[in-house]
Design a protein around this ligand. Structure first.
Ligand code: AMP
Length: 520
């Protein structure tokens, strides 16, 4: 087996970052081919050429119809629910994400001057099975061996804890990015990093703050000129980037002005930080509520925290910092770089996974110096334990109530890898097959849970009614579910017919399709 090279990838909603472990065992950010330390997660289609990053982002105003952004929000959706079409070809969310990953991989190879084979990719802690599976597929489509999918806050805690493993403490990771919000409480103790609780909002992020400015300017435009500047895609994209710039300015200045022109008319809106904070107070309140819920779930008081880690570009905003300061007596530090910590933690985790693989297989795939650097901390090697962010259940029939209900197999906040078994009786005699419906969510009502898929299992013949069928759920380190069914001595590991994402057979075809594109 030849040597492998792993990178850590923070595949963000608005920006992505890549890190690796250098020859001295130190994590380093890998700049892209434009010499930037973060790459906008924006794709520009131009015939057979695809540009990812700043070039694409800069075209978002001039050519909005050729642009794809915020793909992360669509991950896990089946093709029918989300796709984009360019030059007669239809792309799913996985394929679009794969294009971003292809660019990151190629740029890393150029910078590191060696092929990149493996990666740990990060996802928000509350990403569900479908979203995680889609992320793994995207990695595979980009030609990467996906070593593991890890949670962004876990990665941030790994980056922070790397040289603080001797100080036992509870860390609160507050991660507010461009499109997602994630809060996680981690415990660093005895060289172990353990996740205690997690919560978040899939659809809360910097873009919501930007939208407040966009709408304010659009209303003013409409008032002055009687026209809605958001109906034109180009004008909308233009206003969006102006709003984002204004928001960032208001992090360091007390006031700013936004000028927007459309159809030969223009408007100028003055905005103070105070006014902006008043208009976006509801968004910060949402963050605050989620912080309080997660503290309750972890059964902790704010005074028991040792550190608050601020991750994601939005945590540079004074109103966000003030909110945290009001909640916690702990000073909000600048211990990690909000844009880089997640990728760095992922790169460290990649080496830890590969070291474990080496120990299991006896095969050496890491460069000698990297192994030595990490092995010299032998015994102190970091161990990371994640917990489930959703309950995984099975839909059953309640004979008494004559209705379906969800039986929880693996509860929310179980340590991962997790497994659970249960026996169920067959509903009738000589049942030819059992169809297991897998759902994710905290409710007992099937309609309130997210369907993950089906397992269709052939049963042995002549089973009497009520024969025990053992159902086994295994939630692996990637937080992806595997299911096994045991009936009358027959053990079957069943593949889940997921109702989301690409089927295994479609992956090869999709990879071939993407290979025809020239990604830069
Ligand atoms: P991320 O997904 O972590 O890269 O977060 C990017 C988000 O942070 C975007 O919405 C940016 O507009 C926002 N952001 C970056 N820097 C600042 C800043 N100085 N002030 C306010 N927001 C910022």
């Amino acid at each position: 087996m030849s040597q492998r090279k792993a990178i850590g990838i923070d595949l963000g909603t608005t920006f992505s970052a890549v890190a690796h472990i250098d020859q001295y065992g130190k994590p380093q950010i890998v700049p892209n081919s434009e010499s930037e330390r973060i790459t906008p997660s924006v794709i520009l289609f131009d015939g057979g050429n695809v540009s990812v990053g700043t070039v694409a982002k800069n075209s978002s105003v001039a050519e909005p119809e050729r642009i794809v952004d915020f793909v992360k929000r669509e991950m896990g959706k089946p093709r029918e629910l989300f796709h984009r079409e360019f030059e007669g070809k239809v792309y799913s969310a996985e394929e679009l994400s794969a294009l971003i990953l292809k660019k990151l991989k190629a740029d890393a190879e150029k910078y590191l001057k060696e092929p990149v084979t493996d990666a740990v990719i990060t996802v928000p802690a509350y990403f569900n099975d479908a979203e995680r599976t889609a992320t793994i597929t995207a990695g595979q489509l980009a030609g990467l061996n996906v070593l593991q999918i890890i949670n962004e806050p876990t990665a941030a805690a790994v980056a922070y804890g790397l040289d603080k493993l001797d100080e036992d403490q509870t860390v609160f990771v507050f991660d507010l990015g461009g499109g997602t919000f994630d809060v996680t409480i981690m415990r660093i103790e005895g060289h172990k990093i353990e996740m205690l609780a997690t919560n978040g909002d899939h659809r809360l992020g910097g873009k919501d703050w930007d939208d407040v400015i966009v709408n304010l300017v659009a209303e003013e435009f409409d008032r002055e000129h009687g026209e809605n500047p958001l109906l034109d895609l180009q004008s909308y994209q233009d206003l969006q980037s102006r709003a984002l710039a204004a928001k960032i300015q208001l992090s360091s200045r007390p006031r700013t002005a936004i000028i927007h022109s459309y159809n030969g008319k223009s408007v100028k809106v003055e905005l103070t930080r105070e006014d902006f904070e008043r208009r976006t107070r509801h968004l910060v309140e949402k963050c605050k509520t989620i912080c309080e819920i997660v503290m309750q779930e972890a059964k902790l008081e704010w005074s028991e925290l040792g550190k608050i880690l601020m991750v994601g570009g939005m945590t540079r905003m004074p109103m966000v910092r003030e909110m945290i300061t009001q909640l916690s007596p702990m000073p909000v530090g600048d211990d990690v770089n909000p844009d880089e910590a997640v990728a760095i933690g992922a790169a460290v985790q990649a080496i830890l996974v590969m070291l474990q693989e080496e120990q299991t297989s006896g095969e050496r795939v890491l460069p000698e110096d990297t192994r030595q650097q990490f092995s010299s901390r032998e015994g102190a090697l970091m161990q990371v334990t994640n917990i489930t962010s959703h309950t995984l259940g099975v839909v059953l029939w309640d004979e008494g109530q004559l209705q379906e209900y969800v039986f929880p197999m693996i509860g929310k906040m179980s340590a991962i890898p997790a497994s659970a078994k249960n026996f169920f009786g067959t509903a009738s005699a000589n049942m030819p097959r059992a169809v297991v419906r897998i759902v994710e969510g905290e409710s007992t009502l099937p309609a309130e849970c997210t369907p993950l898929g089906l397992c269709d299992v052939k049963l042995p013949p002549f089973l009497p009614k009520g024969s025990p069928v053992e159902l086994v759920y295994e939630y692996n380190a990637n937080q992806v579910l595997e299911v096994a069914v045991h009936a009358a001595g027959n053990q079957t590991k069943v593949s889940i017919e997921r109702n989301t994402g690409l089927a295994p057979a479609e992956i090869a075809a999709a990879a071939a399709g993407l290979a025809e594109l020239n990604v830069s």
